[in-house]
Design a binder for this molecule. Sequence first.
Ligand code: FBP
Length: 553
Amino acid sequence: MNCCISPIQKARLAYEPKLPAALRAGANVKCEEGAKQPAFADTEKIAARFPNTSNMPLLTFAAGCGAKVEKPINVAVILSGGQAPGGHNVIAGLFDGLKSLNPESKLYGFKGGPSGLTDNKYIEITAEYLAAYRNTGGFDMIGSGRTKLETPEQFEKAEANCKALGITAVVIIGGDDSNTNACLLAEYYKAKNAGIIVVGCPKTIDGDLKNAFIETSFGFDTATKVYSELIGNIERDANSAKKYWHFIKLMGRSASHIALECGLRTQANVTLISEEVEAKNQTLDEVVTVIADSVAKRAANGENFGVCLIPEGLIEFIPDFKVLIAELNDILAHGAEVYAAITENDKKAEFILAKLTAKSAAVFASLPMEIKMQLTMDRDPHGNVQVSRIETEKLLTELVKNKLADWKKEGKFVGKFSSQTHFFGYEGRCSMPSNFDADYCYSLGFNASAIISTGKTGYMSSVRNLTAPAEQWIAGAIPLTAMMNMEHRHGEDKPVIKKALVELDGAPFKMLAANRDKWAVETSFVYPGPIQFFGPSEVADITTITLVLEKGK
Ligand code: FBP
């Protein structure tokens, strides 16, 4: 690690994360088994695919007596998928938890994500090595990757590598796709009695890995606070210069949780929510009209500026595009090599057009060439469209400009329209974790070591009651299979962890819906400012608005 560190980094290294009361005496907890938890969706198919790890009980932990376990436990940890603030603290919590069980326990960090486990690239994480990473952002301690673990060959290689180091548990810190990996691995090892436990930890800035037992994924808190600071700064600039409309695309993949949280925090003029667009069956033109309407109304009040927030995955939710993308996914799943060999964009577009249904071909043909090419870029290893690379913000700006030009001719728009586009994603993924994420991540990691101490496999670390002080957080575990459902990926149906999208009858969306007509016309901007690490609890320890509203606080 770089030896030159900033004063704030130095101060953060000394921060002591808070733990739930159940974990404070160490990871050797009392484990209470609750109700058996079948899959929330596609129950029978999931039970058939995971006969050894389905329908397992929920676990809740209470404080143990602090006794050590007789034998040291060797554990592997990997960071998987996109970076999220707090990943290093999960590892720190896991390390401290394992040492609380037995000081001779060892933690091995496999490098570069899941491929590190199969390719046997690892380091032993020692107290000295870890010290420089406590409470820091980033995943640079051991790196990350998006390799999909799904074949018996991969599982066997990982097993051999673990056995060589005496490893009896693997902790996978990741989002929905990475925890799908964890679930497949757990089932495989349990079926063959390999003696390796697999535990997942809920990571992703996208906030889409949540349910009754996982209240939020880590990283969402910090990332949305960073983006909200930036949006607030842009709002203030817009309100000062009074000459631009800013179109800001926000990461989040399919789910609009990030856009929703940032919209609530900053009171931007327009916050689009993909899930609503889908529910209302809105066309691209209707979405454009929503934005143009706000521009025109504000212009009528002499305010030729504003801010529009666009969720990264919007395009996937516009019904015509959803069908188009599903068709493209299948075409690319079966013809990727032929497509990749075509070098000219026109020819690539022709190749695709010839294979699409008439309706999708019409949508595809109407798009600018850059968007056509962005829609057909390689899918990630899990079969997802790489929405971070589709410039929806530019597409919308152009279409709004055209609509306003038409409205001007009809006398419906009397102002000026100049725009700037932005994409906020990478700016927030490696930020220093907020106090909430520092505490939550450390607790998730420590809790993972408690799960390992119970000998149970196929579980996700669950820390709940998160709007209460950390001491009252509830530690436990939820079966990974409970969160699975069947989805069409890479041209076939596969079991994957179900993404939690924005619920339109949920309190956070209702809050937006109740205020947005006012925010669309008036300048009601809120400037959240930077994350505060020190100071009064109501400033430094606040959670997201989403979490507070979802918990009904
Ligand atoms: P995870 O789902 O792995 O947590 O990734 C989150 C994310 O930041 C998405 O918001 C974004 O679409 C994607 O990663 C970008 O991926 P990449 O880092 O490969 O560009």
